[in-house]
Design a protein around this ligand. Structure first.
Ligand code: F6P
Length: 752
């Protein structure tokens, strides 16, 4: 067994070595192959240059005796002079040509093929090489002078065989050099590779033991692997998330589950909710006091949780008859006629509402957090009101708390400062803050003049919840950029002072089974009701949009897409009507008034272009609708369009799906909503892309029944599994876990 393991290790190490050696050897061989001829050529050039110099030297030495002997015509002495010169081992032959080009003297070794007229023997040329049958020679023509006049040419022939001998030797040395180089570099490379490999393996092992993730790297660990830490952390988080989801999936989430959780895990501690918008609004009507439910995703989600858990909900009392129904402590039991929980109303002056709600929250933070290309406005006056109103709500929380450690659910961007304020007053409280809108990137958030104060305020929370992981990541990066804190990415916590805040994603949802499931009219009845009200044929197709009249909802772009669809598909004219329910919202603000005008005039233009008799393509209803009426529209609609330009979650998408127990209807959903991360079977669109949205609308209107059914079934399964009780339950489970840790830490007298 041991030998097998050893052999395996050896084999792996051989493979690793070969991975480095083979390319190295190939590279060196190619290099050697191209270097040898290069060196040959260079050496030859140097040798020829040496021979040229040498020839000139010999010629100038022979010039005087030779010309003298030529004048005397002493043939014998000339031959003797040539023979003496030939004693030089490199000089192979000599010859003399007269001015007429006749070879008068030459040594017996002089090559036969070489004549005074041979090409290359011009006096003004440097030496040239000549290949004889068994010899390579270097030939130069050296002009002679006698008393200043030309006196023929001396031809010197040098033996170049030494060059061939040396060239062979050089080639041998170069190849040897490359072999040695190859061996040495291979050994060094393999050694370094093995050491690095071992270092990396040790580093990865250290990371798997938690170094760099749960605690800093130890000094001995190879920190080159630090760039991988982030990836590993994300992987661990995903695993953890999946494990938690799998755990949750074994629970069927109902109001009872949630109640049980509160009882068991949080020992029945009091639950307080704080939000700006109240869940029930009392209004003076023609027939006396009427109760209205606001168009608010936050209320849709939190109200069923409060019904299940009881407790007190603290909110701004904005209804015209709100004061008339409260007791002397400004409390009223709700829902009307049931008294499941208490609503504590806070009264705001006109100035407070203008600065805190309209100003800082909705002209500042709202556009700041949504990418909808509306500029945020920050005014010092608004900020001061925002601080003051947050403090008023913090005081109200303390008044309503019947212990020093209640569970407090803080809702939304209206109360960024509230968690730290409550923490100051009730240090042992469990604070769960949920941010219902997106969280932007650090650069965008950074333009808020009070960014540090807002972040510090939020970090008073025990748990800070966002809809998506992406918003959590943006928040962690924002804190990292602007505050001095310690961020643990693995556990997604932020330590600041003695506080620890868990930043987690909890995708919000709706009540399931849907609240109206038992009482709602059948789908056919809902269709007939809508069509009768709008005087439409029984087979007329209905599209629906349900939103607050808000620039983030993409209502204008949606109408543009409808117009484009009718342009492209004239067969739909007179056969299709889009009902847009737009709840008036924040209408004192200029941006909202401008949107109202634009939407109305576009709807009018579309109707002018495409109306056929009484059948209008767009039916714009800018008025408040109660949930029962909206549900009837949902059930009547063939298509529901949710085309927000940016949205935290968007619960209209989930409500539409929940309303369709007939498993029909198509959802067209913006990719920029949190809901698009869950409802994959919707027709996902980019709302800025008008043509694409128009195509999706047409696809929805012509989608076969079986496909509608498949898609709707799958989306209903998601919404029923991930209902709002699970959303609240997951936060409470996390809160309970943190509370237990804190209690244990107090008991043992040190942080865990
Ligand atoms: O989407 C954010 C949010 O606060 C929701 O929670 C709520 O549905 C909506 O805005 C309502 O806004 P307002 O309370 O200003 O009418």
């Amino acid at each position: 067994m041991k030998t097998r393991v050893k052999r395996k290790v050896m084999f792996r190490s051989l493979r690793l070595s070969l991975r480095f050696i083979v390319p190295l050897v190939i590279a060196l061989a190619v290099l050697a192959y191209s270097v040898v001829p290069l060196v040959d050529r260079l050496y030859l050039r140097w040798s020829v240059r040496d021979m040229d110099i040498r020839s000139k030297l010999i010629a100038s030495t022979l010039q005087e005796p030779l010309t003298d002997l030529l004048q005397q015509g002493n043939k014998y002495k000339i031959n003797a002079l040539f023979s003496r010169a030939l004693r030089d081992e490199r000089l192979f032959a000599l010859g003399y040509c007269d001015e007429g080009g006749n070879m008068l003297y030459r040594t017996p070794t002089f090559p036969k093929d070489l004549t005074c007229a041979s090409p290359g023997l011009s006096a003004d040329q440097s030496g040239s090489l000549l290949k004889l049958p068994r010899l390579l020679v270097h030939v130069t023509a050296n002009p002679m002078t006698y008393e200043g006049s030309p006196a023929g040419t001396l031809i010197l022939v040098h033996d170049m065989s030494f060059f061939e001998r040396r060239s062979t030797d050089t080639r041998k040395y170069i190849i040897l050099l490359f072999v040695v180089l190859g061996v040495v570099t291979s050994l060094i490379t393999v050694l370094v590779a093995h050491l690095s490999w071992r270092g990396w393996i040790d580093g990865v092992r250290a990371m798997l033991r938690g170094e760099g993730i749960l605690r800093p790297f130890s000094h001995s660990t190879n920190t080159e692997l630090e760039p991988l830490v982030g990836d590993l952390r994300n992987l661990l988080r995903t695993f953890d998330e999946e494990r938690r989801l799998a755990d949750d999936a074994t629970i069927s989430w109902t109001p009872d589950t949630l109640r049980g959780l509160l009882r068991k895990q949080l020992s029945g501690d009091q639950m307080l909710v704080v939000s700006n918008r109240e869940p029930y609004i009392h209004m003076k009507g023609k027939l006396g006091i009427e109760v209205k439910r606001p168009a608010s995703g936050m209320v849709t989600a939190v109200e069923p949780v409060m019904r299940a858990c009881s407790g007190t909900w603290i909110a701004h009392g904005g209804g015209t008859a709100d004061r008339e129904v409260v007791d002397r402590h400004d409390r009223v039991s709700i829902p009307p006629g049931h008294a499941y929980y208490t609503l504590r109303r806070i009264w705001l002056t006109k100035e407070e509402e203008a600065g805190y709600y309209y100003g800082f929250a909705n002209e500042g933070l709202w556009p700041l957090c949504h990418i909808a290309h509306v500029r945020p406005i920050f005014r010092t006056n608004d900020w001061e009101r925002y601080v003051a109103v947050n403090q008023r709500f913090a005081d109200a929380v303390v008044e309503e708390a019947n212990s020093d450690d209640p569970v407090i659910l803080v809702q939304d961007y209206h109360f960024a400062l509230l968690p730290a304020m409550i923490r100051g007053l009730l240090p042992r409280a469990t604070l769960i803050t949920f941010w219902h809108i997106p969280w932007p990137n650090p650069e965008s958030f950074g333009i808020c003049p009070w960014r540090e104060e807002l972040l510090q305020g939020m970090l008073g929370s025990t748990i800070l919840g966002f809809h998506t992981r992406f918003h959590c990541k943006n928040f962690l990066e924002t804190v990292d950029r602007y505050l001095e804190t310690r961020i643990e990415h693995e556990s997604s916590t932020i330590s600041h002072g003695s506080m620890l805040t868990l930043v987690e994603s909890y995708p919000i949802s709706i009540q399931w089974p849907p609240p109206l499931q038992e009482t709602q009219p059948p789908v056919e009845e809902c269709r007939a009701w809508v069509k009768q009200a709008l005087q439409l044929d029984p087979d007329h197709l209905i599209g629906l949009g349900v939103d607050r009249l808000d620039y983030t909802k993409g209502i204008f772009e949606r109408l543009q897409a409808i117009e484009h669809m009718l342009d492209l598909h004239p067969e739909m004219i007179g056969r299709f009507t889009f009902i847009q329910i737009a709840a008036p919202s924040r209408s004192v603000l200029e941006d909202y008034q401008a949107l109202d005008t634009r939407v109305r005039s576009l709807a009018m233009r579309i109707n002018e272009r495409f109306s056929r008799g009484s059948r209008q393509p767009v039916c714009l209803k800018v008025e408040h609708h109660e949930p029962e009426a909206i549900n009837r529209y949902y059930r009547a609609a063939d298509v529901c369009m949710v085309t927000s330009l940016h949205d935290g979650m968007n619960l209209v998408a989930k409500e539409y799906v929940a309303s369709r127990d007939d498993e029909r209807g198509v959802l067209v959903l913006s990719q920029f909503t949190g809901a698009a991360h869950e409802l994959h079977e919707a027709l996902i669109v980019n709302p800025y892309h008008i043509e694409q949205t128009a195509d999706a609308l047409f696809q929805a209107l012509t989608m076969p029944d079986f496909e509608q059914r498949e898609r709707m079934l799958s989306m209903r399964a998601i919404v029923s599994d991930f209902n709002v009780y699970r959303w609240a339950g997951r936060m409470l489970i996390d809160a309970a876990r943190i509370r237990q840790r804190e209690k244990l830490a107090v008991r043992i007298g040190r942080p865990l």
